[in-house]
Every structure is written in C-alpha cells, then in structure tokens.
Design a binder for this molecule. Structure first.
Ligand SMILES: *[C@@H]1O[C@H](CO)[C@@H](O)[C@H](O)[C@H]1NC(C)=O
Ligand SMILES: *[C@@H]1O[C@H](CO)[C@@H](O)[C@H](O)[C@H]1NC(C)=O
Ligand SMILES: *[C@@H]1O[C@H](CO)[C@@H](O)[C@H](O)[C@H]1NC(C)=O
Ligand SMILES: *[C@@H]1O[C@H](CO)[C@@H](O)[C@H](O)[C@H]1NC(C)=O
Ligand SMILES: *[C@@H]1O[C@H](CO)[C@@H](O)[C@H](O)[C@H]1NC(C)=O
Ligand SMILES: *[C@@H]1O[C@H](CO)[C@@H](O)[C@H](O)[C@H]1NC(C)=O
Ligand SMILES: *[C@@H]1O[C@H](CO)[C@@H](O)[C@H](O)[C@H]1NC(C)=O
Length: 249
C-alpha cells in the first residue's frame, strides 16, 4: 500500500480510479451468474413454511434455520447463507441448506444439478417426500461430501450414484422408504474408492446379501466410519468387515 501511494501522484485520475476499482473488486467475490440463477430457481421450486417447528430428537438439527430466505436476486450469491464459492473461479462449490424446511419435489430437471462445481452438498432435514433421488445426482461428479439424511426420499437409489467417484462422505441415513439394490451397491462401491464415511441407517438394504456386503473390504484403505443400523440386512456380517483396518466406529 505504501509503494502504491508513492507512485499514485504520477498517474492520471483515470488510472487511479481504475486501480481503485481493481483493488476493491478483488476484496469481495461476485457469484457466477449461472450459478446464482440456478440457486434462485432451485429455491423458488420449493415451499418453505417458516412458521413450522421441527419435530425431531436429533440434536444436530433441533431447529430450522431457513437459510434460503436470505437469498435475494441481484445480490452476490457467494454471500448468501449456506453458499460457499471457490475464491478464484467464483463458482458455487458448497451448499449447506440442511434444516431449512424445504418442501416439494426434488425434480430430475432441478437447476440444482446444474451446479457442476459442487463439492459439498448438504440437504439434510428437508421434506422431499414426493421425490425419489433423481438420476441427475450422478451429474455432480465433483462431490466429495453428500448429505441427504432425513429428507423423506423414497424409491430406488439410482445407479448413477456410482458416478460420484470422488465421494469421501455419504450420508443417506433415515430415509426409511428408500431402497438400495445390489446392482447399484456394487457399482457404487467399485467406484467410490476414496470413501471414508458411509451412513445408510434405515435405508432398505434387504436385497443385499452377505457376499455383496463383503465388497466393503475393497474400501479397506479409506473407510473409517460405517453405520448400517436398521437397514434390514440379512444373513451374516462377515467378521472381516468388522476388522477393516481403519474403521473407527
Ligand atoms: C405452517 O406450519 C404451521 C405450524 O406447523 C401450520 O399450522 C400451518 O398450517 C403451516 N402452513 C402451511 C401453509 O402449510
Ligand atoms: C448430515 O447433516 C446433519 C444435519 O446437519 C448432521 O446432523 C449430520 O451429522 C450430517 N452427516 C454427516 C455425515 O456429516
Ligand atoms: C482460496 O482457496 C484455497 C483452497 O480452496 C485456499 O487454500 C486459499 O487459502 C484460498 N485463498 C484465499 C485468499 O482465501
Ligand atoms: C426435463 O428437461 C428436458 C430437457 O430440457 C425436457 O425435455 C423434459 O420435458 C423435462 N421434463 C420435465 C418433466 O419437465
Ligand atoms: C466411475 O466414475 C467415473 C467418474 O465420475 C465415471 O465416469 C464412471 O462412469 C463411473 N463408473 C461407474 C460404473 O459408474
Ligand atoms: C425393502 O426392499 C425389498 C426388496 O427390494 C422389498 O421387497 C420390500 O418391500 C422393501 N421394504 C419396505 C418396507 O419398503
Ligand atoms: C475387490 O478387491 C479385490 C482385491 O482387493 C479385487 O480382486 C476385486 O476385483 C475387487 N472387487 C471389485 C468388485 O472391485
């Protein structure tokens, strides 16, 4: 700053203003306009009942936060609640709108799936009860963290989830009318080679047999946390799964 001030007198006013603009614009980010409009369209496709209370025993989400209510057109979306942007490209790379009480359909054509730079997505504790997990989830190939717990999703987990090969953490727990079939399970485990956390509690895994479950051994170098309570798994849990070298819980 000192050297800048010394040099300034030699510059024209015009250049000075340009410099000033250059410096100030660096200090705040402006969201990528495509990402901004995708987020607003996503928000507008849901209803948020801001007067309802959360009926849950989960201490992680004891009240709603209604983050999307702060999202306004013409404002920098990188500053919206729950939104994180890459500090160089200004693309949205993180979205945490858990406990927001979104109500409506998570449609396969949702503009959410246009946010191709997303690395972290948390939609936990929203009400998508008329939806199944859209196949378009497989388009978000940069995802490292995906949290869809307590979303009231139904139906088959689409096999396209196996496209998310960078996943480090997957939480689909407490979606009790959601099914995971052996075909999807196999493709997913083969591809998700960095997976460290896997939470599938209350997901219907009744069609997955012991031998397919043993594929978890292929994640032995990455998996540290695994939770499969109330998944209706049948048969024996092979003891070598419980001895995965890095497993902590
Ligand atoms: C919003 O939630 C309140 C409290 O649960 C409920 O009484 C009201 O009917 C809801 N409004 C709508 C439009 O669903
Ligand atoms: C998913 O989000 C919920 C609500 O914020 C939180 O309680 C839970 O711990 C998250 N799961 C993971 C794996 O971080
Ligand atoms: C930009 O982001 C990268 C990684 O996401 C981080 O390492 C770096 O410190 C950030 N730079 C600034 C100026 O915030
Ligand atoms: C989804 O988008 C595709 C392509 O834009 C379009 O052809 C299709 O009709 C849309 N489906 C629905 C149900 O809106
Ligand atoms: C594995 O992930 C890569 C990268 O996303 C993808 O191109 C490939 O189709 C995936 N394979 C399967 C079997 O889903
Ligand atoms: C669980 O999945 C099995 C096999 O796909 C199915 O027959 C059963 O009806 C499902 N159970 C529930 C409660 O959805
Ligand atoms: C699992 O790992 C074993 C050896 O580590 C390998 O032979 C096998 O092909 C893997 N299975 C799958 C389905 O990736």
């Amino acid at each position: 700053m000192k050297s800048l001030l010394l040099v300034l007198p030699y510059f024209s006013h015009h250049l000075f203003l340009l410099l000033l603009f250059h410096f100030t614009s660096k200090s705040f980010s402006l969201c990528n306009p495509h990402d901004s409009s995708a987020l607003l369209q996503f928000k507008n496709s849901f209803f948020v009942n801001t007067s309802s209370k959360l009926d849950t025993f989960d201490p992680c989400c004891s009240s709603f936060s209604f983050k999307t209510e702060s999202w306004k057109n013409r404002e920098d979306c990188c500053k919206w609640d729950g939104v994180t942007c890459d500090n160089v490209s200004n693309h949205v790379i993180g979205l945490d709108i858990s406990c927001n009480n979104l109500q409506g359909e998570l449609h396969p054509n949702s503009t959410l799936f246009k946010l191709r730079h997303l690395q972290q997505l948390n939609l936990a504790f929203n009400d998508f009860s008329i939806s199944s997990l859209p196949v378009s989830i497989g388009d978000l190939v940069s995802l490292t963290h995906l949290n869809l717990s307590n979303c009231l999703l139904r139906g088959d987990i689409p096999s396209q989830i196996s496209h998310l090969s960078k996943l480090v953490s997957l939480d689909l727990s407490i979606n009790s009318v959601m099914d995971l079939n052996p075909f999807t399970w196999k493709k997913f485990i083969q591809n998700a080679t960095n997976l460290g956390e896997l939470y599938l509690d209350h997901v219907n895994m009744s069609s997955i047999e012991g031998s397919s479950l043993s594929m978890l051994k292929n994640l032995s170098s990455s998996l540290v946390s695994l939770s499969l309570s109330d998944t209706r798994l049948q048969g024996y849990l092979s003891s070598d799964i419980l001895t995965l070298p890095n497993l902590q819980t």
